[in-house]
Design a binder for this molecule. Structure first.
Ligand code: GLC
Length: 752
């Protein structure tokens, strides 16, 4: 439909029909006869009884194609305006083919792989009738106590930007013709705007207090990258930002998002976030909440009655509010138009459901998931060359995650555990059972788990047998084996939304098992399943190897087996720091130097920025990850040691695989601005290259440092570089710096 016709459509709508387009409900509002709906969900949500559900604009989390066809058909028959429904869902890292959780994908540093994963998720969504997915989540995070680390791209701004761009392009495609979302693609919704990943104390939904500098320097670029990649929607965040709830924050959503970032798509609230303006103490009542949200540019009210019940009186007699309403409705109509819904409300679904084949869980999709898991797993420790294992080695596999299929993470709403290849299955597929024994060893969680799991309590693993029996069986298996492969982890319900933890460690029963096994003198390979960096300091000294598996998704067990037995050489690099202790949190690589840095040469000098009961360094730093082989870097050339703003410093290094295994290495380039009008971090990731090298092979890797990499937000929030000295660090992690040199950015007046 062309814009002129779209505008005519808008102008043809009544106030009630316009407001209806801004309402998002769940599918239960369209089940059963009208009496059932009115006395059931409609009453429960508090919608006025005269609300016409056939004015509703979109539906949340209906994902069954036949149901979508039925709902859309029924809706179009009964609605007066005949504007099709939008179907939106939380497909964050896979539909039925479940990929590693986003924090794991971020450890792959493989953005082609991440884009392909998003493309596959979009394909499977398209074939099931979903129009919009609430992904990518790009909330940068530095605090592993927060449960939604699992869904985030980690602690670094550049990785958040890369992740955001790759996922949006994978979901929507690139170079959209006149903004139209092509077949096999759907619309992406970047979230949660903004800085939801920085809650005070890592406590879910807690306040976010950030300087404008920190907000712009570290947290906003990820959302900006998604918008520049063409994201059709943005979702507001639950949190306050410096005292003002994001969902009612006019500066954030109109000045920054729409004016500065030039976002002209649909801004949807997070679940019930408009109504929560009242609980925040920011809106006096529903009428005020409706007015504040509309003034703040929120187009769609997800699952509350506020817009439906209040917008009509907020708008009456107020031309400006009517103008805001029309703008909001027009954006929703544009989104439906970009998806081609006016031409085909089903986007080909009626033909698709008749097909005998589907791409869902196809071999190609599963292979893509397998490859991404293999690149997302991080080898944190490997002493005594316990890894890779030999197929002749007698292995005792044990731990609650040995046979656990619930390794999809909390946001795999369509993932089926029955599709999952768990670790035992993966190992049996690869090496058979001759040299493999399997037992549980311990409970996953204490019987009287202190955590409260609310509605997830009945999804927790059901433990049978006594802990003592499990332990004795594990010790028997261990004594008969050469190597113990110990699969431990936090429950997926200790992670995800609402999953903040004050002490993010392995659960007590598992720590007891690990301790008892460590007394047997056997080599132990620990595999950690988690949605966040756990505190592993106490366990690291008791095992010979640590493999960080995250929640690896459908193909997890096969990928881990390939890594354990050396079919694949691990190459993951941490996208988030692993603290030594909770007391260090937040601990991250791009910190400021302070006026009294804790210099090694000063030993335990009292008056330095340090703790008296812990070292400053994390257990495992950002960018860290081991390989079965080794790599050597040599600095070859640096084009110049003085750079004008319109030039670049071009760097050539050679990288050699000096070990016996072929492998992938991610070479990381960091910059340090030695002196500026505000204190700058001790290092910042500015580029990286991932290479594959056969044993003995050498390759040339080139980097170019340009002025854009040197820019930052100054005192007046101007985004610019400043002349002066810069350090360049090139390394295999943020701590393992192997090459370094300095150069000077010349002031403009030196540009003779
Ligand atoms: C949730 C989440 C958001 C999700 C939405 C719809 O509370 O915060 O990420 O997309 O509600 O399920």
């Amino acid at each position: 439909m062309d814009n002129k016709t779209l505008l005519e459509k808008l102008n043809s709508l009544s106030i009630e029909e316009k407001i209806g387009q801004l309402i998002q409900l769940t599918g239960d509002f369209f089940e059963g006869d009208m009496d059932t709906v009115v006395t059931g969900p409609l009453k429960k949500l508090g919608l006025n009884t005269d609300y016409n559900i056939y004015n509703t604009g979109s539906i949340l989390n209906i994902t069954n194609p036949e149901k979508i066809i039925r709902l859309q058909t029924d809706y179009l028959e009964k609605s007066v305006h005949k504007i099709p429904l939008l179907f939106m869902a939380d497909i964050i890292y896979g539909y039925r083919t479940i990929f590693p959780i986003p924090i794991a994908q971020a450890c792959s540093w493989n953005y082609e792989g991440i884009e392909n994963a998003a493309s596959i998720a979009a394909q499977e969504c398209y074939e099931e009738g979903i129009h919009v997915t609430f992904s990518p989540m790009v909330d940068m995070v530095r605090d592993p106590r927060w449960g939604r680390v699992m869904e985030s791209p980690g602690e670094d701004t550049l990785l958040a930007q890369k992740y955001a761009q790759s996922v949006v392009l994978g979901i929507q495609g690139s170079n959209l013709e006149d903004g139209a979302v092509p077949a096999n693609k759907i619309a992406a919704c970047v979230k949660h705007f903004a800085a939801y990943g920085a809650p005070v104390a890592g406590r879910e939904y807690n306040a976010v207090d950030l300087s404008e500098h920190a907000l712009r320097e570290y947290y906003l670029p990820g959302y900006q990258a998604a918008i520049e990649a063409g994201a059709k929607l943005v979702m507001t965040a639950f949190n306050t930002l410096n005292g003002i709830p994001a969902t009612g924050n006019e500066w954030l959503n109109r000045d920054v998002l729409r004016q500065e970032m030039k976002f002209d798509g649909v801004l949807i609230s997070d679940y019930a976030a408009i109504e929560e303006l009242i609980m925040h103490g920011y809106a006096e009542d529903e009428t005020s909440a409706a007015r504040l949200a509309l003034l703040a540019g929120v187009d769609v009210d997800m699952k509350t009655a506020v817009y439906a019940n209040q917008l009509k009186n907020v708008i009456s007699g107020n031309d400006y509010m009517l103008e805001l309403l029309n703008e909001a409705v027009y954006r929703v109509l544009q989104l439906k138009n970009d998806l081609g819904l006016f031409e085909d409300p089903f986007r080909g679904l009626q033909e698709i459901v008749k097909r005998s084949t589907s791409s869902i869980l196809s071999d190609e999709h599963k292979q893509a998931a397998l490859s991404l898991v293999e690149e997302s797993v991080v080898l944190l420790k490997n002493e005594n060359n316990v890894l890779p294992l030999s197929k002749e080695t007698k292995v005792a596999l044990m731990g609650p995650y040995a046979e656990e299929n619930s390794t999809l993470g909390m946001w795999a709403i369509k993932g089926e555990q029955t599709d999952t290849i768990n670790l035992k299955t993966g190992l049996l597929q690869l090496v058979g059972s001759d040299n493999l024994s399997v037992c549980r060893g311990s409970y996953l969680l204490p019987p009287d788990a202190r955590e409260t799991f609310d509605k997830y309590a009945d999804k927790l693993a059901v433990e049978t047998g006594s802990e003592e029996v499990l332990l004795q069986e594990a010790i028997r298996h261990a004594n008969e084996a050469e190597v113990i492969v110990l699969a431990l982890g936090e429950s997926i319900y200790q992670s995800g939304e609402g999953g903040s933890r004050t002490n993010p460690t392995l659960p007590e029963p598992q720590l007891r098992l690990l301790h008892e096994l460590s007394l047997l003198g056997k080599r132990i390979v620990l595999i950690v399943y988690s949605g966040r960096p756990l505190i592993l300091t106490d366990v690291a000294g008791k095992v010979d190897a640590i493999v960080q598996a995250w929640y690896p998704g459908t193909m997890g067990g096969e990928a881990l087996a390939n890594i354990l037995y050396g079919e694949v050489n691990p190459s993951g690099k941490l996208a988030m720091t692993f603290p030594r202790s909770v007391g260090q949190i937040p601990v991250y690589y791009n910190e400021l130097n302070t006026g009294r840095p804790n210099l090694k040469e000063n030993g335990s000098y009292r008056f330095a920025s340090r703790y008296i009961d812990e070292v400053n360094e994390p257990l495992y730093p950002f960018g860290y990850g081991l390989s079965y082989t080794s790599f050597e870097y040599t600095l070859l050339t640096v084009s110049q040691k003085e750079m004008k703003t319109n030039e670049s410093v071009d760097i050539r290094i050679s990288v050699s695989n000096t070990g016996t295994y072929a492998g992938k290495e991610t070479i990381q380039l960091y910059i340090r601005d030695k002196f500026a009008s505000i204190a700058r971090p001790v290092k910042e990731l500015k580029d990286f290259k991932k290479v594959f090298l056969q044993s003995g092979e050498t390759t040339i890797v080139e980097f170019s440092v340009d002025e854009d990499m040197l820019k930052f937000y100054g005192r007046e929030m101007e985004y610019k570089s400043e002349p002066g000295e810069f350090e360049v660090y090139i390394g295999s992690s943020s701590q393992q710096i192997l090459l370094s040199f300095s150069f000077t950015l010349l002031p403009e007046d030196k540009h003779e």
